[in-house]
Design a protein around this ligand. Sequence first.
Ligand SMILES: Nc1ncnc2c1ncn2[C@@H]1O[C@H](COP(=O)(O)OP(=O)(O)OP(=O)(O)O)[C@@H](O)[C@H]1O
Length: 248
Amino acid sequence: MNSEKIIETTKLTKAFGSFKAVNEITFDVKKGEIFGFLGANGAGKSTAMKMLTGLLSPTSGEATVAGFDVFTQQEKIKKNIGYMSQKFSLYDDLSLLENIKFFGGIYGLSKEQLNERGTAMIERLGLSDVSHKLLKEVPLGWKQKIAFSVATLHQPKIVFLDEPTGGVDPITRRQFWEMIYEAADNDTTVFVTTHYMDEAEYCNRISMMVDGRIAGYGSPKELKADFKSENMDEVFVKIARGENYKLQ
Ligand SMILES: Nc1ncnc2c1ncn2[C@@H]1O[C@H](COP(=O)(O)OP(=O)(O)OP(=O)(O)O)[C@@H](O)[C@H]1O
């Protein structure tokens, strides 16, 4: 990780009528960082993420993603990012390798790149022997790994992961996080939402949202010190209860 900012927001806001789903959030993400974006249900994470991925126009404030403006350069942003959602939209009736190639094609990779990177990816995942299996035949944990591979095959500058490990067991989650570390080691910035507080500990820095605003921001170590907590679970509970913090 270096000190170059790859995402930067200033008072970024999204209002639906008079309701501010995201209310003046200011934060930055550094290149190669694993940045955790946390908050209770309805705190405004998805709305913020949609603005940062060029899917939703902000109401006010400022933000750049990979150097591009979220108000005016949304198409350029989309070309420079990868995205994986909890409800990953891979095809159940395609094989693992076919899914990788199909979605890699959508991201604009050539046939040669798809063959080369798709096969290398499958090998790295240890799934070579089963690459012909249909997606519907494999466990959830494998699907998530494939979805992550698809989101990073075009080697984006930033990958956005929306609750990528929902519903899988701790060992599979741990393996998934190894992929995240590997991507970050290769200078891909990782922006990840999660409800698992053990995963929050794996992030370099975190922002925690409450009611559209940022209520906690810093490394896990800093947040534990700020909130006089032993672990991130405790930090989260204190923030969710509205204890001990100043909203941004
Ligand atoms: N299009 C919309 N119109 C009106 N209100 C909306 C719209 N989208 C989201 N909201 C509201 O904005 C608030 C924040 O929603 P958002 O989905 O961003 O939260 P979240 O933190 O991602 O929650 P979750 O973890 O449940 O996905 C919620 O109160 C939601 O009902």
